[in-house]
Write a protein that binds this ligand. Sequence first.
Ligand code: DC
Length: 230
Amino acid sequence: MLEDQKKIIIAIDGHSSCGKSTVAREIARKLNYIFIDTGAMYRAVTLYCLRNNIIVNGIVNTEKLVANLGNINVSFKTKPDNKQVDIWLNGENVEEEIRQLEVSQNVSPVAAVAEVRHLLVALQQEMGHAKGIVMDGRDIGTVVFPKAELKIFMTAGADVRARRRFDELTAKGVQVSYEEIKANIVERDRYDETREESPLRRADDAIVLDNSNMTREEQLEWVIDRVKNM
Ligand code: DC
């Protein structure tokens, strides 16, 4: 029985926009675990930078960012319905705002700053100390929890990912072009995989989940099967 199993750490890493957070959130709900979307934390720091002129014309003023780290408070709060966890930045719920394309377009260089990573990784490790957590990101199985009991590396073709993200944004009424979305995804993959500080890579002991042709239900079942077989 899933409920009787010892609580573990589930690390989900992978490419941008391949549905990591959706799967991670559903797994957490099913197992009654905490779900943490670490990308949201890097996005919140990026939003702070955009609002405070730390990023100007796509250039991050690293010195100013590092000097401001003490003023950036990022946390997660559960909604009153107890179902969703929102990200807060300095006392403000920024869950919606961090998903905007402007944040997506500026987050990679912020996530490449070593001091930013050290701060957020320490927070993430603190959140997982009692286990019973599903965390998704780029370096969870390699850096944050190298001893996680279950590591999954998720991916899907760039076209599939761009189409999904495009459909998601247009359904919300956001005006974007498919080409713009796809370019952003390809660029973020490149940036994430080639940066010096904690580049995106599959941990040696992570299992690959390519969901290009899988439904949400199939993905959930795939992960739950792995949890059951532990
Ligand atoms: O998963 P996402 O697209 O919301 O992540 C936003 C950015 O943050 C992405 O470009 C890579 C970066 N990121 C990271 O470097 N490390 C993580 N653990 C999570 C996200």
